[in-house]
Each structure stands twice: as C-alpha cells, then as structure tokens.
Design a protein around this ligand. Structure first.
Ligand code: FE2
Ligand code: FE2
Length: 195
C-alpha cells in the first residue's frame, strides 16, 4: 500500500503549507512580520502545481478503483470528484487575489480573505478523504489492486524525479518553502528567491 503512504505524506505536506500561509498572514496582519509577497507567490504556486494538479489525479486512481469494487461511499466519492474537477476555478480565484496583491500591497486583506476561503475548503476536502474515502479504499481493494496502484504511483513519482523540464521537483520546493517560512513553522523568516 505504497500508494496510501504517498497520499498520506502529501496530505501532511499540504497541511503544513496551508498552516504556514495562514500563520504568515496573521503575523503580517498583526504587524509582527514583514510580508514576503514572493514567498506567498511561491506557496500559491505549490498549491496550484502540486496540491491541485499532481495530488488529486493520483487520488482519482484510488477512488475510481474503489467505485469498481464497492458501492460504499458513493456519495462521498461523487462529492470528491466534483471538488477535484473544480480545481482550475478554485485556484484561479486564489491566483487572481494574489495577482492583485502582487500589483498593489494595499490588497493584502482581500488576498488573506481569499486564502482563508481556499484553506477552509481544502481542509474540509482532506477530511472527507481521510475520514471517509481512504478508509473505504483500504477496506475494499484487493492485493492485485494494490499491486496495480502502487506501480502506477511509483511511475508517477519516478517521472517527477527525472527532472525532464516539465516535471518540477516538489520535494525540493517544499524544503525551500519551509526554509523561508518564519519560525516556529519554518526555519526563517528568510526572503524568498527564485531559482
Ligand atoms: Fe483530493
Ligand atoms: Fe487529497
């Protein structure tokens, strides 16, 4: 069940980034931290490119297999499918608020509000997966299913490791984000630099 470990690890990383952004926004709002808008931009990129584009498709493999094996959890799976499909619209709202804030520091409050909305959604989404869908996946899939799915996940992860230009190294990006995020969540604050 390597696939389940990968999903669990990704949920932990995503929760950490959501928590870090929320913490930074609160500290900035309270005047205790200088805003690093480029770090916010890098974190939103992580949510777009990884949380929305790379993470959900792997879960879809698990949920589609579950739907073939059992009727249990049909409603939750339908809801998750709708939520996965709405990723482009969801991230576009956050990106638009970020673009406004990057252009005009006075738009901080609107960006913070858009982020809170996004983070609330994503937390609920992960809870539905962790509490309802993944336990059913664990319950109903067979050893053969796991052999298929582990292989598919391994191939997906190996593609990432090739660094073929299209594949970004998200583990390295995550470490860099944590390096720049302020303590106690990260090792910073350190200014974000691209590259
Ligand atoms: Fe998901
Ligand atoms: Fe997820």
């Amino acid at each position: 069940m390597e696939a389940l470990h990968i999903i669990g690890d990704e949920h932990q990383s995503l929760a950490a980034i959501l928590h870090a952004i929320r913490f930074m926004l609160k500290e900035v709002a309270a005047g205790r931290l200088e805003a690093d808008r480029q770090l916010f931009r890098a974190m939103v990129h992580y949510l777009d490119a990884y949380a929305e584009q790379r993470h959900h498709p792997k879960e879809d493999l698990l949920f589609e297999r579950l739907a073939q094996r059992s009727d249990e959890g049909r409603e939750a799976l339908a809801e998750l499918a709708v939520q996965h499909a709405a990723a482009p619209q969801r991230i576009a709202v956050l990106q638009a608020a970020l673009a406004d804030y990057l252009a005009d520091a006075g738009r901080f409050a609107a960006f913070a509000e858009a982020f809170e909305h996004y983070a609330d959604f994503y937390r609920q989404h992960m809870l539905l997966e962790e509490d309802v869908a993944l336990p059913l996946v664990r319950k109903h899939l067979s050893a053969e299913d796991w052999a298929d799915l582990d292989a598919a996940f391994r191939a997906e992860m190996a593609g990432k490791a090739l660094g073929d230009g299209e594949r970004e190294d998200f583990a390295a990006l995550f470490s860099k984000l944590v390096d720049c995020a302020p303590a106690p969540l990260g090792f910073g604050p350190r200014p974000w630099r691209d590259g």
